[in-house]
Write a protein that binds this ligand. Sequence first.
Ligand SMILES: [Zn+2]
Length: 251
Amino acid sequence: MELSKEQAERYQRHLPLHEIGIEGQKKMGNAKVCVIGAGGLGSPAAMYLAAAGVGTIGIADADQVELSNLQRQILHGMEDIGIPKVRSAKETLQRLNPDTVVHTYPVFVDEDNILELIGPYDFVIDAADNFHTKFLINDACVMAGKPFVHAGVIRFQGQLMTYVPGQGPCYRCIFKQPPQKGAVPSAKEAGILGVVCGVIGSLQAMEAVKYILGAGDLLTGKLLTYDALGARFRTIHLPERTQDCGACGKH
Ligand SMILES: [Zn+2]
């Protein structure tokens, strides 16, 4: 694929970057990223990926847009209330960049459909809002040999880590299993500032872009945490892969 005149203008600010240039922009155009969740994290992640020229974005979410989503889920607007989030997401992404092909999956991601869902994609973004789905994404990506970036947000805090097959621990190595129901409050119960979703979802898009370009350092073997009130980022070096991990271990 060559860049058209319009694309050369659209991506003009990428072209002077040594890590991108015309070759990197073509890599983005050929890349396929699957975003699981069209909410607080999925919104900035998908929007920056579309804006950057990622050629194919898949977006999965079973929910409809509600008024209480709009404080953080910037893919959606007032006129979208009541319609499927994936429909609203596709409209927003195509308004941003008509070059991006958007595939929508208005389904609740579960054990039966996840491998088929992620199959065609190069990179997966865990933008799910519950632990069950986060562990499911991890286990499916480990099984399918797909890289993915995990993220979680609550109140004024966020975290993310990246898994690449063969490099460092998976999410289950570190977090073992979903917490008991009710042991950890949800964002609905505990609250979440929309800006925190914006910061962490944007960092997820950054991990995807670096993976696509093969540039820079990914958060493999590292957990990046963000304390918004304290204005602090921390990088925690994670232990090695666990030999008896239920996902990436020997069995
Ligand atoms: Zn593991």
